[in-house]
Design a protein around this ligand. Structure first.
Ligand SMILES: Cc1ncc(COP(=O)(O)O)c(C=O)c1O
Length: 357
């Protein structure tokens, strides 16, 4: 059986080389006589897996020494719930709502204090990312979602929040290009798009953000506790961490995030250039906020969209249906999607356009 081009928004494609390596090591990891799935997280062999994984993400993202890297369970949803618990010390927080997940994050924070939505792009069904230049200086933090997976938009600027900590959900963009970590107080991301299997959530947190948690914070959601225990207050998502480690090594071998960015820009350009010239398909996001990772487009006719998705799947381009709040199609072209996957998709779209003109 041959592999399909999987355009799923998450969980998503993983690099074939990573899957093959994991398969090779499935029953005997590094001479241990067991799978990583079977070993104690407190064993020396596993300790070296997690230590190496942390070292590699630090190298890839140039994470400064005054940041902790946590490997946690619970997904990005658990982490956006943990943000107010850890940071809302005076009960005020600012949120930029540029899509569904940032909206959900703001709603969750409302349980703990006064949430101000300082900007929203809901007025145009989240087809753009609002620009905010001024921030109140009494908020405990400002929360953004860097890449809006459902709507295919992304920030094209880092908000200048002054001394107010900036917190970013980077679930669908982490490791897609270099980012200046020092501009953020906290970055969190679910692994299941650009890092590895679901079940792992990476939190990169500046040390001065630790130790402010609210008294009711569940112990598992307290970043200070997790940092003090090297992400092992309880059993961490061992196997997902190991696969993420293989993905980090794959990106390092490609040349790191500068190279990854070039490849991602090439892939996105192939698709957006075609969409800009197409008479059948229209991209939905405004040009200046187009995501490199999630490309959303429509024909304007739900029946044609449906026909396209079904024929695309038959041709080996799967999971291309858009989220129900946008309709149409969404091609998620994360790091693991090869350039030829996008080129072949565009070829298929051209043929579909010709026969459905
Ligand atoms: C940007 C973003 N944030 C949050 C989430 C929710 O992630 P999880 O399912 O890991 O809780 C997703 C899921 O797709 C996402 O794309």
């Amino acid at each position: 059986m041959s592999r399909v081009y999987n355009f799923s928004a998450g969980p998503s494609m993983l690099p074939l080389a990573v899957l093959e390596q994991a398969a090779k090591e499935m029953t005997d990891y590094n001479g241990s006589g067991m799978s990583v799935m079977e070993m104690s997280h407190r064993s020396p062999v596993y300790e070296s897996v997690i230590a190496e994984t942390e070292k590699d993400i630090r190298t890839l993202m140039s994470i400064p020494d005054n940041y902790k890297v946590l490997f946690l369970q619970g997904g990005a949803t658990t982490q956006f719930s943990a943000v107010p618990l850890n940071l809302m010390k005076t009960g005020k927080a600012d949120y930029i709502v540029s899509g569904q997940f940032s909206g959900k994050a703001a709603k969750e924070a409302e349980k703990y204090g006064a949430v101000k939505v300082i900007a929203s792009s809901k007025d145009k069904n989240f087809t753009y990312v609002p620009y905010v230049g001024d921030f109140s200086d009494d908020a405990d933090y400002v929360h953004i979602c860097w890449n809006n997976t459902i709507f295919g938009t992304a920030f094209n600027y880092i908000p200048e929040t002054g001394t107010t900590p900036l917190v970013a959900d980077m679930s669908s963009s982490i490791l897609s290009q270099p980012i200046d970590v020092s501009k953020f107080a906290v970055i969190y991301a679910g692994a299941q798009k650009n890092m590895g299997p679901a079940g792992l959530t990476v939190v990169i947190v500046r040390e001065d953000m630790l130790g402010m948690s609210r008294p009711e914070t569940p112990v598992m959601l307290d970043w200070k506790v997790q940092a003090e225990n090297d992400s092992m207050y309880n059993t961490p998502p061992c196997y997902s961490i190991y696969v993420a480690g293989l993905v980090f090594k794959w990106i390092l071998a490609l040349g790191g995030l500068d190279e990854m960015k070039k490849i991602n820009e090439r892939k996105a350009a192939v698709l957006y250039d075609y969409l800009d010239g197409s008479k059948l398909f229209k991209p939905t996001a405004v040009k200046e906020n187009r995501s490199l990772m999630n490309v959303c487009f429509v024909t304007g006719n739900p029946d044609t969209d449906k026909k396209f998705c079904s024929e695309a799947a038959k041709a080996g381009f799967v999971n291309i249906k858009g989220h129900r709040s946008v309709g149409g199609m969404r091609a998620s072209i994360y790091n693991a999607m090869p350039v030829e996957g996008v080129e072949l998709l565009v070829k298929f779209m051209e043929e579909f356009e010709r026969s459905n003109a």
